[in-house]
Structures are given as C-alpha cells and as structure tokens.
Design a binder for this molecule. Structure first.
Ligand code: HEC
Length: 444
C-alpha cells in the first residue's frame, strides 16, 4: 500500500506533463512577445506565428533562425571586436536562454503541452507617443503593384511659421502588408517649392525616389521606422530643428506581395517641444571625399581606390574621418547605425579619441540592406560617447561581391545580369557605400 502511494503521484505527474518546453507553457509567450509585431495576420512577415499549428511544423527552422540571430531582425550585435559600452534602447535581441528554449522545444519534437494551463500571453506594449501634437497625412495614398521593391516619396507640410523643435515622430503604416521601412527627412525651407513640384509631376501627390536621400538639395534625416520599431524620440532635453516653411518627405520602401493590395496612406504623428531644447541631429559620415579619407586596402590597383572587384569576397574598405571642428562644443553620440548597399556584409564604427583611447560605437556583422536602421544607446546622455575636436571616426566595411552573397544574386537579377561586376562608390543598386549614421546632440 505504501509503495502505491509513492508511485501513483509520480505516474500521474508523468501522464500530464512533458519533458522540456511546450508550446503553451514556453514558446507561445515568447513568440507573442518577440515575433508578434510582424508574424501575425496583416503584418509584414510572410507567415504567421500565432497558433500551435503555425509553429509546430517549422520548429527546427525557428530554432535555426533565432540561433543565427537573423530573427527578430536586429543588426547591432556584440562581436569579438566590438562590444559597445552601453546597451541599446528597446533591444529586440533574444537572450541565450530564450534561443536555447526554441532549440530545446524543437529537439523535444515540438510538444503542444496543455492548453488548459497555458501561460498567459504578454500584453502588447504601448507603442505610441506620450503626446501627439499633430498628425500628418499625405494628400493621396499609393497602390503597390508589381513584383519588385519600390521606393516612393510622400510630401508632408507641417505648416510651421516659426522654427519647430521635433522631439518625437511615430509612423503609422496604413497597409502594413507592404510597408517595409520608412525614412523621414526634413527639407530646407527654400526647397519646399521644388519638392511640391516633384509631387505634382505625375499627379499622384507623391514622387518615385531611390533608396538614397530623396531631397533635391539640403535637408536632414529625422526618423526611421521598420516593423516593430517604437516611435522616434530624441533624448530628454533635446530636439530636432525643423525650419519654418520646411517640408517633411517620407520615403517609403514598399515590398509588394504579388497580389493586389489596398492603397497605402501611411500617417505620421508628431510631437513638438514647447520648451527650449538642445539641438539633436542625425548625420551621415563616410564614403570617400576630401575629409573622409579612404585608407589603403586589399585589391587597390595602383592608388588607393574604392573598388570591389567582381567576385571578391571579404574585401574591405576602410575610412578615417578626422573631426577637425565640433563647432566649439563637445558633441554626444546618442545613436549609431551603419549603411551600405547589397554587396556589404559587415560594418564596424570606432570612435578614436585624441588621447589614443577607442570606443567601438556599433558593429553590424550580418548586414542586411532590408533591415537597416540606427540604434539608440540606453541610458543617460551623460554616459554616452563624447566627440571632441581632434577625435576621429574609423569605419571598416566588408563586402562579398560573389554569387555566394544572396543579396548580390538578387541585385544582379534585378538588373538582368548573371555574373558579378566591379562595384564602385555611388547611389545605384550596383554601387556601394560605407556610411556611418550618427545621432548627435550638443553636450548638455
Ligand atoms: C520586425 C518584424 C519581424 C519580427 C519581430 C520577426 N520577424 Fe521573422 N520575418 C520577418 C520578415 C519580414 C520575414 C521575411 C524575410 C525577411 O524580410 O527578412 C521574416 C522571416 C522569418 C523566417 C524565415 C527565415 C528566412 O530566412 O526567410 C523565420 C523562421 C522567422 N522570420 C522567424 C521569426 C521568429 C521566431 C521571430 C521571433 C523570435 C521573428 N521571426 C520575429 C519579420 C519579423
């Protein structure tokens, strides 16, 4: 009798629980929290991850993809060469333990577990701005057709009669089946008319634009959005300057689904500062020019040159940018990102101080053009990297210009080519860049 009493509870426990993680206990909450911004009906990802039936057949694929850290999309990774001192705001990366959970679940045969004792699903976080002062909507929507990705620019008039200080911007994609990512620029006031003309040209209120800066002359990048991103917020006490009379231009990267899609009329919530703030701005530094100095590198033929020969793998271009003058004040770096085109595979940015010390700002070791963005440091402005006159910025871009690079295959196919070509610096699809994107503010 005694023996039975001991054995029975053991058997009972065995019959209802399964070894290792289950869908209802472990994986469903993880997926809802970390994949739910995109892998749900009507969002950008090509398949849903909502039910057990969605996930069970691809359990191994989920484990592989999360282990490779390609999902969730997040380019800024720690490497042997680069571990930025501060963490990233809204870091989307899974922890090692969470990645191990996907693998353990797949290895256990992707058990469902018991729906009646399912772990609660996390409630979606509040992703809006704390205050919306103005919402801008383009005059007309845009209907995405065809098979290939396209870039379309929308002109927005914030109606400023005096200089505005923008502290927050939220992109509200309308048809989020097709909106892949969005960059928002503010123009110089004097270019407003030229920009309005561009949008009037084909009567759509929009104009076609490439992946580069769509503004005719000056202007600044002010915000970037990709699925799952939180709104742009400048650091506390800082704001971006938008001139009176300026236009905002939203460049939307559309990813057609191959079926007829409803028009997209993405809107923009803005939050302005009522109090004086220090200026925050984004700047792009790199490529080749008189100040950013291209360093000698592999495959240079004669002189130092930015050329990635057809077929070259592991080719690097290195650029050094001396900061001769920060305008009489130290600058704080609150965000960092990388920019290349299709041939790029890895980029690293290091801030070299005058006294010989170095800080790695960011590295994107698995560069993916489709998921480009910049990353905001977490913490107070006082802890963030400081740039002083005499410092320099070192950038190293690595390229794979061979057919082994899937992005190269895709870019060539789009141009009707079947073999790699020499790639030089430029704006076109089959040209390259090596640019640092930095968010800067005057040191407070
Ligand atoms: C920000 C949006 C987003 C988030 C968050 C996201 N995905 Fe994805 N996922 C996509 C898109 C879009 C694709 C299609 C391929 C691409 O564009 O990179 C994709 C593709 C995939 C693929 C196919 C991989 C391949 O090589 O094509 C897998 C597997 C996947 N996601 C799993 C996940 C898992 C698991 C999570 C959460 C841990 C997740 N994704 C989070 C948007 C997202």
């Amino acid at each position: 009798m005694r023996r039975f009493l001991l054995v029975l509870p053991f058997l009972a426990a065995c019959s209802t629980s399964v070894d290792g993680p289950t869908w209802h206990q472990d994986i469903a909450p993880l997926v809802a929290e970390h994949c739910g911004a995109c892998h749900v009906p009507g969002k950008i990802a090509p398949f849903d991850l909502v039910t057990y039936e969605d996930a069970q057949p691809i359990a191994t694929w989920l484990a592989d993809t999360t282990e490779a850290r390609t999902m969730p999309p997040w380019g800024a990774q720690d490497t042997e060469e680069c571990v930025p001192e501060l963490g990233w705001k809204d870091d989307a990366r899974l922890s090692d333990a969470q990645i191990a959970l996907f693998r353990a679940w797949a290895d256990a045969g992707a058990p469902e577990g018991d729906a009646s004792t399912a772990a609660p699903l996390p409630t979606p976080r509040d992703t809006g701005l704390e205050r919306v002062d103005q919402t801008l909507l383009p005059e007309q929507g845009w209907t995405v057709t065809g098979e290939t990705d396209q870039f379309r620019c929308f002109v927005l008039d914030p109606g400023l009669t005096e200089t505005g200080k923008l502290v927050g911007l939220q992109v509200n994609p309308d048809n989020d089946n097709v909106v892949h990512h969005v960059l928002v620029f503010s123009s110089d006031a004097e270019d407003a008319e030229a920009i309005d003309d561009l949008a009037r040209e084909d009567g759509t209120g929009t104009f076609p634009c490439g992946a580069g800066n769509p503004l005719p002359v000056g202007g600044e990048l002010i915000a970037a959005w990709a699925p799952g991103a939180l709104p742009m917020r400048t650091p506390e006490g800082t704001g971006m300057i938008v001139e009176a009379g300026a236009r905002l231009v939203a460049q939307i990267h559309y990813h057609p689904t191959g079926t007829e899609e409803a028009p997209d009329r993405t809107s923009f919530d803005l939050m302005w500062s009522q109090t004086p703030v220090a200026r925050a701005f984004l700047t792009l530094i790199g490529n080749e020019g008189s100040a950013p100095e291209l360093q000698p590198g592999p495959n240079d033929d004669g002189g130092v040159e930015f050329r990635i020969p057809a077929g070259a793998q592991g080719h690097t271009e290195t650029i050094l940018f001396d900061i001769d003058d920060t305008g009489g004040t130290d600058l704080t770096i609150f965000a960092a990102g990388t920019h290349m085109h299709w041939v790029g595979t890895d980029m690293q940015i290091v801030l070299k101080h005058q006294d010989g010390t170095e800080e790695c700002l960011v590295q994107t070791p698995a560069w993916d053009f489709n998921w480009q963005r910049w990353y905001d440091y977490e913490g107070s402005l006082f802890e963030m990297p400081v740039v002083q006159t005499g410092d320099s910025l070192w950038m190293r871009c690595t390229y794979d210009n061979s057919l082994e690079n899937p992005a190269v295959r895709e870019a060539l196919a789009e141009q009707g080519l079947d073999a790699p070509v020499d790639v030089v610096l430029g704006d076109d699809t089959l040209s390259e860049m090596c640019l640092a994107v930095l968010g800067l503010t005057v040191r407070l």
